[in-house]
Ligand binder design. Structure first.
Ligand code: NYM
Length: 212
């Protein structure tokens, strides 16, 4: 195709256990890319600002009880309600750094004992990330970092199960970064894989959908 189609943004997803450093790293990455002049936005799931997001937030704060399947579907709905905006942003050339995505959905719910295929089903058709970065830390080390709040799931025994679920979800396309390295070193490695991925998208890698 001779016509230069305007290039699209990349869908970058950060995953990992609670306290692995995802939120700090997405903030740093956002700042870096923004300063470099890229069109970039920082997103997170759950997005607690929507109606569905408020139900999720209340559940996580133990202020409401929900059946495990029901909360799973709410987390998924929370991604669906952002899907069209996500596609619009990517097509218009904006790179999205997303703190948690469908993998968190599947990892946390299947750690409760829900069937993994059942967990994956409602995610079918959401946009597939161009890059998944897993910030790798053992549940024990993550717990030592302190700051486990009072939210549901923030307990060592449960995080061990989540780690196991993530392990079965991981495939060879994921970039795994040792999250126990110095914060600057994690940041440096993250930049490398992200810039590389952005270049691939820029060159015309097509968008795809879950589960590829
Ligand atoms: N979580 C997050 C899920 O159980 N399913 C999901 O689909 C997503 C996106 O919510 N412990 C869990 C993981 C976290 C919690 O996330 C809130 P955060 O990143 O602490 O706001």
């Amino acid at each position: 195709n001779k016509e230069s189609s305007s290039s699209r943004g990349a869908l970058i997803v950060l995953e990992g256990l609670d306290r692995c450093g995802k939120t700090s790293q997405s903030g740093r990455l956002y700042k870096y890319l923004d300063e470099q002049g890229h069109s970039v936005e920082s997103w997170r799931f759950p997005d607690r600002n929507t109606g569905v997001g408020q139900m999720i937030s209340s559940y996580l704060a133990n202020k409401s009880q929900l059946d495990d399947h029901a909360i799973h579907l709410l987390f998924s709905a929370n991604r669906w309600e952002k899907r069209s905006l996500m596609e619009e942003k990517l097509k218009s050339g904006t790179t999205l750094i997303v703190d948690r995505y469908s993998y968190s959905g599947v990892a946390f719910s299947s750690a409760k004992g829900l069937d993994i295929e059942w967990c994956k089903a409602p995610e079918i058709g959401l946009l597939a990330p161009d890059l998944v970065v897993y910030l790798d830390i053992s549940p024990e080390k993550a717990a030592e970092r302190g700051g486990y709040g009072d939210e549901r799931y923030e307990q060592l025994e449960f995080q061990k199960k989540v780690a196991g679920s993530y392990l079965s979800l991981r495939d060879s396309s994921w970039k795994v970064i040792d999250a126990t390295l110095l914060i600057e070193d994690v940041e440096k490695k993250l930049r490398e894989v992200v810039l590389d991925c952005m270049m691939t998208c820029h060159k015309g890698k097509p968008m795809s959908q879950l589960w590829p």
